[in-house]
Design a binder for this molecule. Structure first.
Ligand code: PXL
Length: 269
């Protein structure tokens, strides 16, 4: 049966990040995409000009309308904009009976905040405890864990700390470290690393959104967490390598990259 996945995130009219990236990724994974909007950005591949948050009531109403009808098999959050929206989404998530991937988006590629400072605390207190998987990059892991995260060892410590805050599992993404792009997954018991070679390109706009959407799609399809992360990692690596070179700034990745289900142990699923 066709599975649905819901993204609760912001709009990037240039199509590379936010709900646009999420929906394209869901589609590529064969999952029916649904989107509840939290904010609108005015941006292209060069610059973010404006960020306008929707009212928290309007965000909650979109989520509830979707849940009352086409029940998703997984959901993800992206840019949430402010504390009131974080709280509204967290309150709605209390009733989710499917896995929620929380991508704690904080700053855009251009250094523009996607969430107000005071919302960080709300993410820690209200949203992280509802996360089946939390997917911070290094600076988000630092902001949420409260210490510097610049090594694999520190990534492990941060993953452990964020699990203690209530996330079922944490994937700390090391793409911004030098060397290979290694991500650390901790599920409260064991650590696992996911590696890909570094790609030298400026076209990485929407990488985080696309990666977490790919994980959510795998979960919606009923894949175990490790398999969903392994396939999503291969997908985002291929998507960055195959970027179409669009735009005058940091362009989008290739949302038509091949989806492969190899399983964590290399067994073809
Ligand atoms: O990649 C973070 C992100 C999330 N959501 C929206 C964005 C961006 C980055 O630009 O625009 C809407």
């Amino acid at each position: 049966m066709l599975r649905a996945a819901l993204t609760i995130a912001g709009s990037d009219p240039s199509g590379g990040a936010g709900i646009q990236a999420d929906l394209k990724t869901f589609h590529q994974f064969g999952v029916y995409g649904q989107a509840a909007l939290t904010l609108l950005t005015v941006q292209n591949t060069v610059t973010v000009e404006r960020v306008e948050c929707l009212s928290p009531g309007l965000v909650a109403q979109q989520i509830n309308a979707v849940l009352a009808d086409i029940r998703p098999s997984a959901a993800k959050t992206g840019a949430l904009g402010n504390k009131a929206i974080v709280e509204a989404v967290a309150a709605a998530a209390e009733f989710f009976d499917f896995p929620l991937v929380v991508d704690p988006v904080m700053i855009s590629k251009h250094g523009v905040p996607m969430v107000a400072d005071e919302a960080r605390l709300a993410i820690r207190e209200h949203l992280i405890p509802r996360a089946f998987l939390l997917t911070p990059n290094l600076s988000e892991a630092e902001a949420l864990a409260g210490f510097e995260v610049r090594s694999i060892d520190a990534m492990r410590q941060a993953a452990r700390r964020l699990c203690e805050l209530g996330a079922r599992a944490v994937l700390v993404k090391g793409g911004h470290l030098s060397g290979s792009a290694t991500d650390v997954l901790f599920d409260g018991r064991a650590f696992r690393e996911f590696r890909a070679g570094r790609v030298d390109t400026k076209h990485t706009h929407g990488t985080g959104c696309t990666y977490s959407a790919a994980i959510a799609a795998g979960l919606a399809l009923g894949r175990p967490l490790e398999d969903a992360v392994a396939s999503a990692k291969r997908f985002i690596d291929a998507a960055i390598r195959g970027n179409p070179g669009l735009g005058r700034g940091s362009g989008p990745v290739d949302h038509w990259a091949k989806v492969e289900w190899t399983g964590v142990n290399g067994a073809f699923a």
